[in-house]
Write a protein that binds this ligand. Structure first.
Ligand code: MEV
Length: 315
């Protein structure tokens, strides 16, 4: 056992394919390496297991419901690592807003799994990492596709189909994404359940929208590879129409997209589970992206991130 170790992870956004990915359509996700989560494990001399995060600080057995997924993950990890009674303090520090469609729960789980394996000096394969993360994602989101977990641990853009190995996605696009937080908690579990209910009630319309989202993801892959930024904008807006039909948008997200489009965005859509959370909009140039960012801020949406497609940096 080590005295103190850290496991890191980062945010992700779904460019296209949320919800339809649950029904085996492809999705594209992009890592945001500059938006980080750190999990620090420190040995305790007694056998106390302490959890410290923005929600809670204290004995992990008394942690509130929001930390249930993390607690179950820790139970599973301690069992797999044959260390059920080890004493430690696990401190989680996150730049990610929770429940805003940026993969906060999966990113946190990735950081914890890395920290735990490091703490007990056990090598961790990528496959093992994804399996461990799936434990807490299932508790939090019900029947997740695995997209969040796969992307939270990926260093490159990813092409993802449920049940298949995620593929790194080559792209050559000059463009900028402006990501903006609505300030409203997204509700991935509820949104996924709502889509399932809509699909049961209106199978034809729902399946059409889901299938169309899959076609749009295929088109987006080509647009990314061939530097078709205007076309990609149109694709994103078309995907938003399908997501709205599936019932996972929100009036505030719709308002943000209008602001983005009025200020030069080539396209915009929600990202992640929806019903709140974040919006992404596409800009052709950095000047356009900054204008969109400023207009959103003027409309009261102050938390934004600017991500150039061709750079590692988040500005
Ligand atoms: C949530 O980030 C993405 C969804 O497609 C759910 C999932 O893939 O598990 C809405």
């Amino acid at each position: 056992m080590n005295v103190s170790v850290t496991g890191n992870s980062h945010a992700k956004i779904i460019l296209i394919g949320e919800h339809s990915v649950v029904y085996h359509q492809p999705a594209i996700a992009l890592p945001l390496p500059a938006v980080q989560v750190h999990a620090e494990m420190t040995a305790n001399l007694d056998s106390k297991q302490i959890l410290t995060s923005r929600y809670y600080s204290g004995d992990r057995q008394d942690a509130p419901i929001q930390l249930q997924g993390i607690n179950r993950l820790i139970d599973a990890l301690l069992a797999h690592l044959a260390q059920p009674d080890a004493g430690f303090t696990l401190t989680i520090k996150s730049d990610l807003p929770a429940e805003r469609g940026m993969g906060s729960s999966a990113a946190t789980a990735v950081a914890i799994v890395r920290a735990m394996y490091r703490f007990f000096n056990v090598p961790l394969s990528h496959e093992r990492l994804l399996k461990e993360v799936a434990v807490s994602e299932k508790i939090i989101h019900g029947h997740p596709s695995g997209l969040d977990a796969a992307t939270a641990s990926a260093e490159t853009p990813v092409w993802f189909i449920k049940g298949e190995t995620p593929q790194p996605l080559p792209f050559h696009l000059n463009g900028y994404l402006v990501i903006a937080d609505s300030g409203i908690h997204g509700q991935t579990g509820i949104a996924v359940a709502n889509v399932a209910a809509y699909r049961k009630a209106h199978p034809k319309q729902a399946n059409q929208a889901i299938h169309h989202l899959g076609e749009l993801a295929q088109q987006a892959k080509v647009a990314l590879a061939q530097n078709q930024v205007t076309h990609l904008g149109t694709i994103l807006t078309a995907a938003q129409r399908d997501l709205k039909q599936l019932g996972v948008s929100h009036p505030v997200l719709d308002q943000m997209m209008t602001v983005a489009r009025q200020n030069g965005a080539l396209g915009a859509k929600l990202t992640g589970g929806g019903m709140g959370g974040c919006m992404i909009s596409l800009a052709a140039t950095q000047a356009d992206a900054i204008r969109i960012q400023q207009a959103l801020s003027g409309a009261g949406f102050k938390q934004t991130w600017l991500q150039p497609f061709l750079s590692e940096e988040t500005v």
